[in-house]
Design a protein around this ligand. Structure first.
Ligand code: NAD
Ligand code: DAU
Length: 350
């Protein structure tokens, strides 16, 4: 039985990856390592927590000794590394935390893998999950390919870019068999409501202002999280060591068009008059260093590994809104306590 370590498995994307692997691969033992920060939530994994091939370990990837010991004890066959501080706005108010988790945490994992695999890398894989934000910002034309030069602008993307460089350096210098993928914006169930889509669903439902940064003209390329998890499965199993794969939805939206679409759909679902939720739109101070446009060219993964998105956005956003409306308890749990403090702080000067 192979033992696979998934870091950050209690978070948004990680929980979808854990669910997919636990259900699809009963022959693997899946170890989910997560610190359970504000973004980690074991309620995201209720449906798999009692499966015999699943185990949760609470721990911090920044804790070098703990990571070293865990690798020595468990001798993982593969690592899928998702644990990270992931919110751009938080990286603007507290950059250092992003260096600890995203850079030092990643290096600790690489060191532990290098140490326990002891230069015998047969059948081993260290797969690092990264973001399209490392490529910087596009103008109105063009797309990010795997060859696009790194040009990060936020402390978050700078920390992810740095971790990507370390991952490649460990392959080149020590032979650790690494792979990287860079994905565009994900949406779907279990996303913490600090991110645009779940935050705005929550605010529309509660008749709270919708804080649109700047003019709402920034463009993001949205992908259903389950399709990202499928891509991760494909790359982990069929991707070539040393390669980078871009993952995206070929699905670009300006923020304002997306927000208006969500308002219209929620008017219908909540039995409100047409146009009522749009009145909540409030233009606020722009995010510092706000990247204008992201767009992923996902041709390579389609051509080489046969992956493409399975769900059209129209259907995906419907499903997503329905999920948040039906899972009121999940949303209420994560938006109580510390969340209130975060929200006041983050939006007070906007
Ligand atoms: P998330 O914030 O929802 O989850 C992150 C998880 O990591 C949480 O469960 C948290 O508890 C855990 N974690 C944080 N610090 C830790 C530490 N020091 N030790 C152990 N665990 C720790 O993030 P997400 O949106 O699911 O993103 C997952 C990964 O995918 C990240 O690496 C992110 O950069 C990348 N990514 C995200 C998106 C997106 O749209 N959300 C897109 C592309 C790439
Ligand atoms: O592109 C991949 C990245 O997508 C991931 O690497 C990050 O982890 C993930 O957080 C996401 O980053 P973004 O900054 O693009 O996502 P966010 O949901 O924070 O914002 C999406 C867009 O909406 C962005 O242009 C900022 C804008 N926005 C966001 C919030 C929270 C608003 O206008 N108002 C808001 O209140």
């Amino acid at each position: 039985m192979k033992t696979i370590l998934i870091t950050g498995g209690a978070g948004f994307i990680g929980s979808h990856v854990v669910r997919l692997f636990v259900n699809k691969y009963p022959e693997y033992k899946i170890v989910n390592l997560d610190k359970l920060t504000y973004a980690g939530n074991l309620n995201n994994l209720k449906d798999v927590e009692n499966k015999p091939n699943y185990e949760f370990v609470k721990g911090d990837i920044v804790d070098e000794k703990f990571i070293q010991k865990l690798f020595e004890e468990r001798k993982f066959d593969g690592v899928i590394h998702l644990a990270a501080e992931s919110h751009v706005d938080r990286s603007i108010s507290n950059p250092t935390e992003f260096v600890f988790t995203n850079v030092i945490g990643t290096v600790n994992l690489l060191n532990a893998a290098k140490f326990v695999w002891k230069d015998n890398f047969d059948g081993k894989r260290f797969y690092h999950i990264s973001t399209d934000e490392v490529y910087g910002s596009l103008g109105n034309e063009g797309m990010f390919t795997e060859e696009t030069a790194y040009d990060p602008h936020s402390p978050y993307s700078a920390s992810k870019a740095s971790s990507d460089h370390f991952v490649r350096a460990y392959l080149d210098t020590f032979g650790v068999p690494t792979l990287i993928s860079n994905c565009s914006n994900n949406y779907g169930s279990f996303q913490f409501p600090e991110k645009l889509i779940p935050l705005f669903i929550h605010n529309i439902k509660n008749n709270k202002p919708l804080p649109v940064y700047g003019k709402g003209e920034n463009v993001r390329d949205w992908l259903w999280v389950v399709d990202h998890a499928r891509a991760i499965d494909t790359i982990f199993h069929d991707g070539k060591v040393g390669e980078t794969y871009n993952i995206g939805g070929f699905n670009e939206w300006t923020n304002i068009a997306l927000i208006k679409t969500m308002c219209q759909k929620m008017d219908a679902k909540l039995g409100r008059k047409k146009g009522e939720s749009e009145k909540l739109i409030t233009y606020v101070k722009d995010r510092a260093g706000h990247d204008l446009r992201y767009a992923i060219d996902a041709t390579k993964i389609k051509k080489e590994l046969g992956w493409e998105p399975s769900l059209q956005f129209e259907e995906g956003i419907e499903k997503t809104i329905d999920w948040y409306l039906e899972n009121e308890e999940w949303l209420n749990n994560v938006t109580s306590g510390d969340y209130q403090k975060y929200y006041e702080e983050q939006y007070k000067e906007r």
